[in-house]
Write a protein of this length. Structure first.
Length: 212
C-alpha cells in the first residue's frame, strides 16, 4: 500500500494543482452562473467521474508501461512538465480570461445531460491527463507491490480533494455572482497567482527523479 509520507506528499501536490482554475473549474463556474447550485454540483460529480476514469486508464494501461520503462517515464515527465509550464505561462498572460466565465448563461438542461457534459470535460481535461500520466506514477512505491491499487488509491485522494475544491468554486459562483461581477480584477489576480504556482509545479516535476 501507499506509505503515509507519499500519500501526504501526493495530496499536497494534488491540492496545488486543483486549486488553480482550469477547464473543469471554468465549466463548473459557468454552469453555476447559468443554472445555479444543483447544476454546478452535478457538473462537479461528472467532472470527478471523468477524472477517475483517467486514473483507471493510467492504473491499468499507461501506468504499467510507465512503471516498466524508464525512457517512457522520462519522456512523459518532461512532456508533462513542459505542458504544465506552458499552462502556467498561459494563465499568467491570459489571467483576464477567468472573469469571462462569469458572463455565461443558457437554458436549463436535464440532470443526466449535465452529468455527461461534466464527465466529458473531466475526462478530456489536458491538465488532469498530464498530471495522472506524468506525476501520479512518481508517488507509487513499487517495493510495496500492488502498483495499480496504489494508483487507484492516490487517484481517489486526488478526486476527493477535487470534489471539495470544485464544489466550493461552484457554490461560490452561484451565491456571489454580483460580488465577482463588480470586480473582475479579483479573478484576474487568482488566475495570475495560479499560473505562477503551475509553473513552479512544472519545474518540480521536471527535476524530480523516479524513486526505486
Amino acid at each position: 500500500m501507499v506509505t503515509t509520507d507519499r500519500l501526504i506528499a501526493f495530496a499536497a501536490v494534488s491540492l496545488l494543482l486543483i486549486v488553480i482554475p482550469g477547464p473543469s473549474v471554468l465549466f463548473v463556474v459557468g454552469r453555476a452562473l447559468a443554472q445555479g447550485r444543483r447544476a454546478a454540483l452535478v457538473t462537479v460529480l461528472g467532472n470527478t467521474l471523468g477524472a477517475y476514469a483517467l486514473v483507471v486508464a493510467v492504473a491499468f494501461g499507461v501506468g504499467a508501461v510507465v512503471e516498466r520503462s524508464a525512457v517512457v517515464f522520462t519522456a512523459l515527465k518532461l512532456v508533462g512538465a513542459a505542458y504544465l509550464v506552458y499552462l502556467g505561462v498561459k494563465a499568467v498572460r491570459q489571467r483576464g480570461a477567468l472573469p469571462a466565465a462569469f458572463a455565461g448563461g443558457g437554458a436549463a438542461r436535464g440532470g443526466l445531460r449535465t452529468l455527461w457534459e461534466g464527465f466529458a470535460v473531466g475526462v478530456a481535461n489536458p491538465k488532469t491527463i498530464v498530471f495522472f500520466a506524468a506525476v501520479l506514477p512518481q508517488f507509487v512505491d513499487r517495493a510495496q507491490g500492488g502498483v495499480a491499487v496504489q494508483m487507484l488509491l492516490l487517484g481517489l485522494v486526488f478526486n476527493l480533494i477535487a470534489v471539495t475544491c470544485d464544489s466550493a468554486w461552484g457554490l461560490a459562483a452561484a451565491t456571489a455572482r454580483d460580488w465577482f461581477a463588480r470586480s473582475p480584477r479579483r479573478l484576474a489576480l487568482v488566475g495570475g497567482a495560479g499560473g505562477l504556482a503551475m509553473i513552479g509545479l512544472g519545474v518540480t516535476v521536471a527535476t524530480t527523479t523516479r524513486t526505486p
